[in-house]
Design a protein around this ligand. Structure first.
Ligand code: FES
Length: 154
């Protein structure tokens, strides 16, 4: 929580107002604040107050989470935005373009997993060698057999 003299207390929102307008629980707002996704200032009575840009940031968080963007990636993207300014349409275009490749890769991976699921239905073996879901891409297997992570020089 930083003090920003540019904020007027009349312009700021209480945590309850932000919760009501965003449709998020107060606990979610506190969580996002702890994670550095949103920020507030404190009144003399030690109450949180949020700039109105927080509503747009929360909107972006909700949309990004809906498409599966991890909070850490959302946070990294937000770090490229100036504090105290509402993210603009141009900001959203840039952020969404950043996440598109990630999303495409995830969709491709999930499609592969979905296609392999058919062979697992009713099987239950979960075999490391045979099950495409247990070991979908056999990444370490390309380097050799055995517990590869326990033998870094192998
Ligand atoms: S559970 Fe047997 S192949 Fe996946």
């Amino acid at each position: 929580m930083q003090q920003n003299p540019a904020f007027s207390l009349n312009w700021l929102l209480t945590v309850g107002e932000v919760a009501e307008r965003s449709g998020l629980a107060v606990s979610a707002l506190h969580f996002y604040e702890v994670k550095g996704l949103i920020s507030s200032i404190r009144t003399r009575g030690n109450q949180r107050r949020y700039g109105r840009d927080v509503l747009r940031r929360l909107g972006i968080i909700k949309v990004a989470q809906r498409v599966g963007i991890p909070l850490a990636e959302i946070q990294a993207a937000f770090e490229t935005l100036p504090q105290g300014r509402t993210p603009t349409v141009e900001d959203w275009k840039r952020l969404s373009a950043l996440w598109k490749n990630d999303l495409d890769a995830r969709i491709k991976q999930l499609s592969l997993l979905r296609d392999h699921l058919t062979s697992c239905i009713g099987c239950g073996c979960l075999s490391i060698e045979a099950c495409p879901l247990r070991n979908p891409f056999d990444v370490l297997g390309k380097d050799g057999v055995g517990a590869r992570l326990l033998e870094p020089d192998a």
